[in-house]
Design a protein around this ligand. Structure first.
Ligand code: BG6
Ligand code: MG
Length: 221
């Protein structure tokens, strides 16, 4: 039986995935590289430094030293912080408040498994700092998504086995991590999948319904 829920943050709890994209797009533009939303799917769930490397790989003739890269990472984050400066509880995605409430009423423990170093700031702005039993610190990880470590740590932090939790993700890297951790996965708004297939797919957070998710998973057993 399911006793815990593990959530990605950006693009699942709030629409910061779009803001990450806009901030990266400005960096890419400045380098003469054009990225669109479809290309951006590969950056979702990926750490800040790895995201920059993927963008730079689009312009193989462009060689940057460590200081140049650090400057771009700082610029991206400064712009991103501007873009999230005004977020409030009104920016929690549709259906999420109801889902969190239903989970709490049902006695589910809840954790955040986000690659973002900005997760605590965002949760505070959303008024959700006290909602989750654990927020995994990405700086304490050895491996980034798609490695399952962050999801394994989240289950552990909740005192549960991975198969007693459900993972919610809007990224391919995240779905892979959840499945490799041995956790049932709910995919939100992911256009196409590769090797790793979620247990449940929805187009948007407003379709999330905890009772329905529980019964769909029970039917799969
Ligand atoms: C993930 C996002 O949650 O966090 C990525 O999906 C982002 O787009 C990553 O790059 C790192 O975030 P931050 O806030 O530490 O730059
Ligand atoms: Mg995400």
């Amino acid at each position: 039986t399911i006793k815990g829920l593990v959530f990605d943050l950006d693009g699942v709890i709030t629409d910061t995935a779009e803001r990450h994209f806009l901030a990266w797009q400005r960096i890419a533009d400045g380098l003469g590289i054009s990225i669109d939303r479809e290309w951006n799917e590969r950056l979702k769930g990926i750490s800040r430094t790895e995201s920059l490397e993927l963008i730079l790989a689009e312009a193989p003739t462009l060689i940057l030293d460590a200081a140049g890269k650090t400057q771009l990472l700082d610029e991206k984050n400064a712009h991103y912080l501007e873009l999230i400066a005004e977020i409030t509880a009104a920016d929690i995605l549709p259906g999420i408040p109801e889902l969190l409430e239903a989970a709490k009423e049902g006695g589910c423990r809840m954790a955040i498994a986000s690659a973002s170093k900005n997760a605590p700031i965002i949760l505070a702005r959303l008024g959700l700092s006290d909602t989750f039993d654990s927020v995994i610190d990405p700086d304490a990880l050895t491996h980034n998504k798609p490695h399952p470590e962050i999801f394994e740590k989240a289950a552990q932090a909740l005192g549960l086995r991975a198969d007693e939790c459900i993972g919610f993700e809007d990224s391919l890297a995240g779905i892979e991590g959840i499945k490799r951790a041995g956790m049932p996965a709910v995919a939100i708004g992911i256009p196409t999948f590769g090797q790793w297939i979620p247990d449940i797919e929805v187009d948007a957070t407003r379709e999330l319904d905890l009772k329905k998710i529980f019964s769909q998973l029970a039917m799969k057993e």
